[in-house]
Design a protein around this ligand. Structure first.
Ligand code: ADP
Length: 495
């Protein structure tokens, strides 16, 4: 890119940042925190401040809950077509503002612009999908088995929702919750991750422009999640929690949700196995591995965490994956040549280094390490390790970085047992040209999702979610809307 184009992009980012509302959004009003607290959002590519925003405390959080509760009744009775229209306009606006949102995502989260554009399209698709669902919320009218009672079943919104999102997909994780909540007729208190609140603040502004009434969506960015969440949930006014984040925090929130018996949707951690069988098409295998490993710099709960490769193809697969991974350009996501951005913060960078050291101490070997630019960003070189032992932390915990951890196998049932030997069960990947094997192994996987000959399962039309300690409930697909609806049954005697 020429210096002129580069400075144009910086100017575009400055314009986008200047338009981000920096207050808390409560009852349609922008306001500062009651205790005037502010927090600075940084760019992980250089550690430089981007913007200072209001930092919600308990009083603000409770005000947001009051707003959501106050608007629930009127919002629930709006015509489904109105809610559908708001979502359709939001999708259109996101399409139109794709570049601006991509710049904001890259600036506060670090992913390369091309991936950020993909995230904007993915988020828009959630709005489009739930816009199409909103007009199809149905019930049933039937007769009891003894013929004595008419059974009238309808669906209605679960009520005010608390939405808590992580930093790795700042736009899409919000859209995946806000979309169905709007479609169902639920009001919301939305708490984005402290590292990446700017995209959510801009999204709330876009939704207002799309016609979302004041008070339906309340946004409270906060660096004090552990202080404000419990008091909000214990008011009893919130009827549902939708959380995406770590299993550790998920467990804490499930305990709090028990106090007021809230409905919960929990998208927690993963430890995805990626299995390459001896009959795999190796081009497909490497392509799928690149996506499943390198999307978002490896910072996804769906990331391929453990790669099991059949011994007969391990040398060839490893050589090609190493060539591809180590050839990637690491750098500031705003630069056009960048293919891998920085990790989110210094703690993540340190953690990934420690995981690699632990694996090497336990007998792993380095197949290849890419290069990183000099400078202040939290960069991490794409790394391929082989002979990773099952006892390594790399095999047991989410890496959340660009590290491929390969081990070999020879026996199908042994690799399935190894793949399932984890407390997590979000997604698994298998690469094989054998249909029987694909179905057999897919059925044996203790995961909510399986990618067969692909490294991507996320799709707004599909039910995303895990089993075991990867979570409860599903997001996306038709069931994504059910999560925000309650069944209501009326008994009418036949007279
Ligand atoms: P990550 O490790 O990916 O940052 P976390 O689970 O820590 O995942 O964070 C996901 C979301 O949960 C963020 O919005 C964060 O602010 C929020 N969070 C973190 N700790 C708590 C807590 N104790 N109570 C409520 N929310 C929390």
């Amino acid at each position: 890119m020429t210096a002129t184009l580069e400075s144009d992009r910086r100017a575009d980012l400055a314009r986008v940042l200047a338009a981000v509302p920096t207050g808390l959004l409560i009852d349609g009003q922008q306001r500062g925190a009651a205790d005037d607290a502010v927090v600075t959002v940084e760019n992980p590519a250089d550690g430089q401040p981007l913007l200072e925003i209001a930092d919600a405390g308990e009083a603000d959080a409770l005000a947001a809950v009051r707003s959501a509760a106050a608007h629930q009744g009127s919002w629930a009775t709006t015509a489904p077509r109105n809610r559908s229209g708001i979502l359709a306009r939001a999708a259109e606006l996101l399409d139109r503002q794709q570049e601006d949102f991509a710049l904001l995502i890259t600036a506060e989260m670090g992913k390369p612009l091309a991936e950020a554009r993909g995230e904007v399209a993915y988020a828009a698709e959630f709005f489009r999908w739930f816009s199409e669902q909103a007009g199809h919320i149905s019930g049933s009218y039937g007769l009891s088995a003894d013929g004595g009672t008419r059974i009238l079943v309808s669906r209605r919104p679960v009520g005010p929702c608390l939405l808590i999102t992580p930093w790795n997909f700042p736009l899409a994780m919000g859209a995946r919750k806000i979309g169905p909540a709007i479609a169902a007729g639920c009001t919301m208190v939305f708490k984005p991750a402290p590292q990446t609140p700017l995209t959510s603040l801009a999204l709330a502004q876009l939704l207002a422009e799309a016609g979302l009434p004041n008070g339906v969506l309340n946004v409270i960015a906060s660096s004090r999640a552990e202080l404000i969440t419990g008091p909000m949930m214990r008011t009893g006014a919130l009827r549902k929690l939708s959380f995406t984040g770590s299993t550790e925090v998920g467990r804490i929130l499930l305990r709090v949700a028990a106090d007021t018996v809230m409905r919960t949707s929990m998208e927690l951690g993963g430890n995805a196995p990626f299995i390459v069988f001896e009959d795999a098409d190796l081009d497909v295998a490497v392509e799928a591995a690149m996506v499943a490993k390198m999307r978002n710099m490896g910072q996804a709960c769906t990331a391929a965490n453990r790669m099991y490769v059949h011994a007969a193809v391990a040398t060839e697969f490893t050589a090609e994956l190493t060539r591809r991974m180590t050839g990637l350009v690491v750098g500031d996501g705003l630069q056009p040549e960048t293919q891998v951005g920085p990790l989110i913060d210094a703690a993540s960078q340190l953690k990934v280094r420690q995981f690699i050291d632990d694996a090497l101490d336990r007998g792993a070997s380095v197949a290849g390490i890419g290069s990183v630019p000099d400078g202040a960003g939290y960069f991490c070189a794409p790394t391929v390790l082989t002979d990773v032992q099952p006892g390594s932390v790399l095999s047991q915990a989410e890496i959340f970085g660009p590290v491929a951890a390969i081990s070999t196998f020879t026996d199908e049932s042994a690799v399935v047992a190894a793949a399932n030997d984890t407390e997590w069960g979000l997604v698994g990947y298998l690469i094989t040209e054998n249909l029987d094997r694909a179905l057999r192994v897919s059925e044996a996987m203790e995961t909510g999702m399986v990618g067969i000959n692909t490294g991507v399962v996320s799709n707004p039309s599909a039910p995303f979610g895990g089993v075991k300690q990867s979570g409860l409930g599903r997001e996306g697909g038709a069931v994504g809307l059910e999560e925000y609806l309650e069944l209501h049954y009326a008994a009418i005697p036949v007279r």
